[in-house]
Write a protein that binds this ligand. Structure first.
Ligand SMILES: *Cc1c(COP(=O)(O)O)cnc(C)c1O
Length: 376
């Protein structure tokens, strides 16, 4: 457990559940990524954690930002980020939001379909556009497949069309899936991008940029390779497929920058059993799927959990949230074990919970407030 966060929790005893984020840990993760991928421009994927203090700190460090909506654009602008450091990376945008972005000064936009391209041509004339391609996301704990991207063949046609429409066909993007644990995944995607560069060069269109998306990990229950190994895998793929003609590289980390920097402190509300011959304890916390732990959906993300001050022998538990919705079970199949001495009122800490928690909380389902974030 991070010492600064532990001290904050002891000194302030905030109401639970709450998320405490250590900005120094994010700054270090950002510096480390820049060190390991010196040729890439870093765009922080704001959706992972949009706390204004995080945006302001990364702004000071010189980061760029991947935004998905008018709200995220306004958040960045209000925190001192200038428009040329923003990329409108969502492929599903209302035309009036494209106009808003363009008028605010954004000139970099993603698309993956004919209709989106037409909206961009009308409302962001002359902008740099990049086409997102489909990749299969094998090996990712939180896949981002199917919904985004188009087949490379269609992407080629669309990038040609982009030029006819007066846009600047700038490059190709993909996302190999979030919390991607298979380092080999970048190779296939970069290879597909490189083939698009060559095929379009024949049509006299010179793409310049490859956007390798996110996918780098935070540290949950399972071990993951070190960040330098991810960087090496990415750079090896790019040099293998592009040779000496390296493109501009954009990387869009979300989870790997903020995940490890946050701890959710929660409290045990109830411990119960369902029958005399069933020894599994049901442990109900004051945090659940609707106020911070949405990524426990299908038990996809398996957080590390600590019970400060409570050691000793452990036994199996089913962990659940506090709402009156039976979908609000966190872990039933995954074999979570907590101390047999655990009591109602004990603190339970969800570690590496800085990404996709507060930003995924409902506005107050069942009267449970969204989780409060403290940045320290
Ligand atoms: C969510 C998202 C990211 C961030 O992905 P992580 O796996 O959290 O790093 C990057 N790019 C785009 C377009 C996204 O939608």
């Amino acid at each position: 457990m991070n010492k600064r966060i532990a001290r904050f929790l002891t000194d302030n005893s905030p109401e639970t559940p709450c998320l405490v984020v250590d900005l120094d840990v994010i700054a270090e993760a950002y510096a480390s990524l820049c060190r390991h991928l010196p040729l890439a421009r870093v765009y922080y994927a704001v959706k992972a954690n949009p706390a204004p203090a995080i945006v302001a700190m990364l702004e000071c460090k010189g980061a760029n930002f991947d935004v998905a909506s008018r709200g995220e654009i306004e958040l960045c602008l209000q925190n001192g980020v200038t428009a040329e450091r923003l990329s409108f990376g969502n492929t599903i945008k209302k035309e009036k939001d494209i106009s808003f972005a363009y008028e605010a000064g954004l000139r970099l936009f993603a698309f993956d379909s004919q209709h989106e391209l037409e909206k961009l041509a009308r409302s962001a004339p002359g902008a740099q556009v990049f086409c997102r391609i489909l990749v299969d996301c094998q090996g990712a704990e939180w896949p981002l497949s199917r919904k985004f991207g188009c087949a490379p063949g269609m992407a080629i046609d669309l990038l040609r069309r982009a030029r006819e429409l007066g846009l600047d066909p700038y490059g190709v993007s993909f996302h190999v899936g979030s919390q991607q644990t298979d380092l080999g995944q970048w190779d296939g995607a970069v290879g597909a991008a490189a083939r698009m560069f060559s095929l379009l060069a024949e049509a006299d269109i010179d793409l310049r940029m490859v956007n390798i998306g996110g996918g780098f990990p935070a540290h949950y229950s399972a071990e993951v390779p070190a960040i330098e190994r991810y960087a090496q895998a990415v750079m090896a793929a790019i040099t293998r497929h592009f040779g000496n003609h390296l493109p501009e590289i954009i990387v869009e980390p979300g989870r790997s920058l903020v995940g490890d920097a946050g701890v959710i402190q929660s409290e045990v509300v109830l411990i119960s059993q369902k029958g005399c011959d069933d020894d599994r304890r049901w442990v109900y916390l004051d945090v659940g799927k609707f106020n911070g732990l949405a990524e426990t959906m299908d038990e996809s993300i398996k957080y590390r959990i600590a019970t400060p001050g409570r050691g000793g022998r452990c036994g199996p538990v089913i962990l659940a949230g506090p709402t009156c919705d039976s979908a609000d079970i966190l872990y039933e199949k995954a074999d979570y074990r907590l101390p047999l001495g655990l009591q109602v009122g004990d603190k339970v800490e969800i570690l590496a919970a800085g990404a996709y928690t507060a930003s995924y909380a409902s506005i107050g389902f069942n009267g449970f407030a969204p989780i409060r974030t403290y940045c320290i």
